[in-house]
Design a protein around this ligand. Structure first.
Ligand SMILES: [Zn+2]
Length: 141
């Protein structure tokens, strides 16, 4: 019988035991919040752009699903330049996006190269040769 390791057993060994008077801290609503008054990244301009981008990129960059999310390849973390940089946008389906976010984006240091490598590998497996149609962020009219 091969040894099987699951997350649970690893955690029970490595995680410190919680003290008896353990009280969970109030969870913050979000890990970071944008300064709404100053930068407002997910504003109406973004909504307009998002709609146009998904219209012109109707499929997930990785798999055959319909695109639903505009992913920031390099996480922007509130950085406006990265946020609106149209070279940094990727159309993804919700499933691919959720997977990628959990696996590569939610780290102190983003696993950017790992993310890109994984995307390209997956894409190959789907024999997907799609390219991203880059659109200007601000539309005329
Ligand atoms: Zn997908």
């Amino acid at each position: 019988m091969g040894k099987k390791r699951d997350v649970q057993s690893v955690n029970s060994k490595t995680m410190p035991k919680k003290p008896k008077n353990y009280k969970p801290l109030q969870r913050k609503a979000k890990k970071f919040t944008f300064n709404r008054k100053r930068s407002k990244p997910y504003d109406s301009e973004w909504q307009k752009y998002r709609r146009r981008f998904l219209y012109h990129n109707p499929n997930c960059y990785i798999c055959p699903n319909q695109s639903q999310v505009v992913d920031h390849i390099k996480t922007h973390k509130g950085d406006r330049e990265l946020f609106v940089n149209t070279q940094n946008h990727l159309p993804l389906c919700t499933a691919c996006h959720n997977y990628i976010t959990g696996k590569f984006d939610r780290h102190k240091v983003q696993l950017l190269q790992e993310k890109i490598d994984w995307i390209n590998k997956q894409k190959e497996q789907f024999n997907n040769k799609k390219k991203v149609k880059v659109l200007p962020y601000y539309s005329k009219g």
